[in-house]
Design a protein around this ligand. Sequence first.
Ligand SMILES: CC(C)(COP(=O)(O)OP(=O)(O)OC[C@H]1O[C@@H](n2cnc3c(N)ncnc32)[C@H](O)[C@@H]1OP(=O)(O)O)[C@@H](O)C(=O)NCCC(=O)NCCS
Length: 117
Amino acid sequence: MIREVDIIHTNPFARKIEYIEDSKSIGYLEYSLIYDRMEIDNFMVLEEYRNKGIGTKLLAHLISLAINYRVINITLEVRVSNEVAISLYKKFGFREVALRKYYYGDEDGILMEKQVM
Ligand SMILES: CC(C)(COP(=O)(O)OP(=O)(O)OC[C@H]1O[C@@H](n2cnc3c(N)ncnc32)[C@H](O)[C@@H]1OP(=O)(O)O)[C@@H](O)C(=O)NCCC(=O)NCCS
């Protein structure tokens, strides 16, 4: 089951979707919906539940929300070494648009974008 949460107390644009199994949150995706743009801020599945398709379900749900909200694009930054996340994003049509030097301090980040509209 996927639950949608608004995180309005800290940032009016911030929202979250959570993957719930047996009343327990085992993964989440935090994103900002800024008018007609969407940005993925955090995306995580508990280690013991990885590689079971939960990240795929969360991303698919986010993209369906993006279509409903008629957003133009979804962007995110990912560590250059994060092959799992990069391949998952590419599966959903995200492409690498820029390299952000030392974005994580110790490592470069890749800016990825998916065109929705
Ligand atoms: C990224 C993350 C959310 C993915 O969640 P998940 O539930 O494991 O994702 P899924 O099971 O849907 O998909 C994982 C995919 O990675 C693939 N994969 C697994 N290990 C891999 C590896 N070493 N290299 C490349 N791909 C790999 C799997 O085969 C699967 O692809 P497929 O659907 O084509 O078979 C999870 O790994 C995570 O929490 N990582 C730590 C936090 C993180 O890096 N977040 C992203 C920040 S940008």
